[in-house]
Write a protein that binds this ligand. Structure first.
Ligand SMILES: [Zn+2]
Length: 510
């Protein structure tokens, strides 16, 4: 080999290395794909969680049963250091055990709905007449004084059903939309400040206190506007009184009803025709306050075992369905991803840790408390930075429904662009092509990001599921092939992060 040729090769090789510290281990990627596509267990895991375990409201007895299952499942797939970790006083448990609502007059009909979390049941089965109330401002309250005793009230304005969604479905991202997402500059322009609140408006807490005062027996409401679906959350004020037993017992029962059934009652009421319903709600409210808990498990690392790469999803759901999309599908993906890595016996350099969070739906409580306790937050003097802060590499989260990954959000961290571009390449055939410099919001990677720790959410097609938080979010609408792909991709990202010489780079402004 002549001198020129030799120096050219040396130059070329050193150029390659200086350009990319984030090379792909194609042999391991092949094994991950083989395991994840040819021996996938994700459908079975998702079915067990949605069909057998069901809904998992934070701190409910249902959630406790599910967490015990999660520990067993983690052990079954070979994880070590599995544990249930309490993170905060979360008041008393709340589990609905039975619910029925029937229209009796002027016609007979089974009605679909469910009780709002952290509201009490009612004694036995009750026949109630129903009154439409329209309360917006404090002045409106006077109209109803002395008129509501012993009744159920239709308390929210009738929702309008949006048919467009059902005409068009939810399409996958087109190539053009993905291109736009990849070119959108970061950060976004700041949002204009919110206008001040009108002091004359009645809050839902004030309205419900008025109903209680007036001797109302049950509050009926509907707010989703989604065909046949009910969306309902927790009693107003539950967060403020920290899910207290007495506050729950003292409140009126609230029932969310599908828009069709609710609006039928509203229209009858507007004709001044009497309405009678029969209602039964049996609810189990815990006697003692207790801690909400996260579930964790690990594949221990080797030469860098005191450093950690994390993957996770929130295990808690709202209570009206198993919430197959939000976020049982995310949990299934993360469990399958770590199962793949466990089965392949990859001997990661860093420890790989899965976290199944709780309290996400009520404000990212599980992940926030976990980050504060284990890594700390140098941006928050009350929390401070913990010694393991610099042992953390990255966290990968899924919580945007069950659609397949089309890319990943950098979360404003330009220093990981090269790594992610490189690690995406083996999955181009699966449609994983886009890097967005944007921040994804509002789920469990945020507490890590706020602490200055690299944490990411994938860019997903918004397909599958009936949307989170409804009574209709079951196994049947989850695109299983999509979540299989996601498990393979996240397994590979976690693997490559765990094998780097250095932790994944952090934003420099933190
Ligand atoms: Zn969610």
């Amino acid at each position: 080999m002549d001198y020129m040729k030799k120096s050219y090769i040396i130059f070329f090789v050193s150029y390659l290395f200086s350009q990319n510290n984030f090379l792909v281990d194609y042999e391991t990627v092949a094994k991950i794909r083989e395991e994840g596509f040819q021996r996938s267990e994700i459908a079975n895991t998702l079915s067990y969680m949605t069909d057998v375990l069901g809904a998992r409201l934070t701190n409910s007895d249902d959630m406790r049963i599910a967490q015990d299952w999660a520990i067993k499942e983690m052990k079954r797939i070979g994880l070590k250091n599995t544990k249930i970790e309490p993170f905060m006083d979360y008041g008393v448990s709340w589990d609905n055990e039975f619910f029925s609502l029937h229209l009796l007059e002027p016609d007979k009909q089974v009605m679909v709905g469910y009780p709002i979390a952290h509201t009490p049941g009612i004694d036995g089965r009750k026949q109630l007449s129903v009154e439409l109330v329209e309360i917006k401002t404090k002045g409106d309250l006077n109209k109803y004084k002395g008129k509501l005793k012993g009744k159920a009230v239709l308390a929210t304005p009738p929702p309008k059903i949006d048919l467009d969604k059902y005409r068009t479905g939810t399409p996958r991202y087109t190539e053009n939309e993905l291109l736009e997402l990849s070119q959108k500059p970061f950060p976004n322009a700041p949002r204009p400040p919110r206008p001040p609140k009108n002091p004359d408006l009645v809050s839902s807490i004030e309205r419900n206190l008025f109903f209680k005062d007036q001797g109302v027996v049950a509050i009926l409401e509907s707010s989703s506007g989604w065909i046949a679906a009910v969306r309902g959350f927790a009693r107003p004020g539950a967060k403020q009184d920290k899910w207290g037993r007495q506050e729950t017992l003292d409140h009126l029962p609230i029932v969310a009803v599908t828009p069709e059934h609710y609006n039928r009652m509203v229209r009858i009421a507007k004709r001044n025709i009497p309405i009678k319903i029969e209602l039964e709600i049996r609810t189990k409210i815990g006697k003692n306050r207790r801690q909400a808990r996260n579930v964790l498990g690990e594949i221990p690392g080797t030469d860098k075992k005191d450093e950690v790469v994390m993957l996770g999803a929130h295990f808690d759901t709202w209570h009206a369905s198993p919430n197959a999309s939000d976020n049982t599908s995310g949990v299934a993906v993360m469990l399958e991803a770590i199962r793949i890595l466990s089965v392949l016996d990859i001997k990661p350099r860093r420890t790989i840790r899965i976290a199944l969070w709780s309290g996400e739906e009520q404000g990212l409580h599980g992940s926030r408390e976990y980050v504060n306790k284990h890594f700390g937050n140098p941006n928050d003097p009350k929390v401070g930075q913990k010694s393991s802060y610099n042992k953390f590499s990255a966290y990968f989260n899924q919580d945007y429904g069950p659609g397949q990954y089309r890319g990943i959000y950098l979360q404003g961290n330009e220093h990981v662009r090269q790594a992610f571009s490189s690690w995406m390449k083996p999955f181009k055939d699966l449609g994983m092509t886009t890097i967005s410099s944007q921040s994804a919001c509002c789920t469990d990677h945020i507490p890590f990001d706020r602490s200055g720790l690299p944490a990411f959410q994938f860019l997903q097609d918004r397909v599958g599921g009936t949307g989170g938080h409804t009574n209709l979010d079951y196994y049947d609408t989850i695109p299983i092939e999509d979540i299989k792909k996601n498990a393979v991709i996240v397994a590979s990202f976690v693997y490559h992060t765990a094998m780097l010489d250095k932790p994944l780079p952090r934003k420099k402004n933190k």
